[in-house]
Design a protein around this ligand. Structure first.
Ligand code: CDP
Ligand code: ZN
Length: 166
């Protein structure tokens, strides 16, 4: 089969909001009284982006590459995982064309941090920040997100074949 010129990827992740943890979303430390629970820094947005990249690359999902039982990844910044996912994609001769992300959170307010999140993601993937979009929505107090028990994130992206790297 001829190598496709473009491919899409999608990622979705959820983490529980708990006391006694830092809140890190999109590589930004957010001032909030609770944080996301997880083996790594539990950066739900970056995990969704990693899964979208791995999906576009046809390489499964984040858990298959970075096991949440591996002591090497305990407390690790998810930005490092993102860089590794970007490198795996590049090895296949693709680069991210653009991405659109959603953070589903009743609290806290994400909008003051969106620009920094976009810059962080773009920086880790060596792409222009105008090609990275982060948005946020509440769930109108409905469900586990609305009841502030957790935060979810979703990412959709397009990758294109980098002809220079084939
Ligand atoms: O229905 P819609 O998503 O427009 O309303 P909403 O969920 O109340 O969100 C209103 C605005 O707040 C959105 O434009 C989001 O950018 C922002 N928002 C935010 O900054 N942080 C959140 N955790 C949720 C929403
Ligand atoms: Zn996660």
């Amino acid at each position: 089969m001829e190598k496709p010129e473009i491919k899409i990827g999608s990622g979705y992740d959820v983490h529980r909001l708990v006391s006694g943890r830092k809140l890190v979303i999109g590589g930004v430390d957010i001032d909030f009284e609770r944080g996301l629970e997880g083996h790594s820094d539990a950066d739900v947005l970056i995990h969704a982006v990693c899964d979208a990249i791995l999906g576009a690359a046809g390489l499964g999902d984040i858990g298959e590459h970075f096991a949440d039982t591996d002591p090497e990844y305990k407390g690790i910044s998810s930005m490092i995982l993102l860089e590794k996912c970007g490198a795996l994609l590049e090895k296949q001769g693709y680069e991210v064309s653009n991405m659109d992300c959603i953070v589903f959170a009743q609290v806290p307010k994400i909008s003051p941090y969106k620009k920094k999140m976009e810059d962080n993601i773009a920086g880790s993937l060596n792409m222009d920040a105008v090609l990275v979009n982060v948005k946020a929505t509440t769930t109108e107090k409905l469900g586990f997100i609305g009841k502030e028990q957790g935060i979810a994130a979703q990412c959709t992206l397009l990758v294109k074949a980098d002809r220079r790297k084939i």
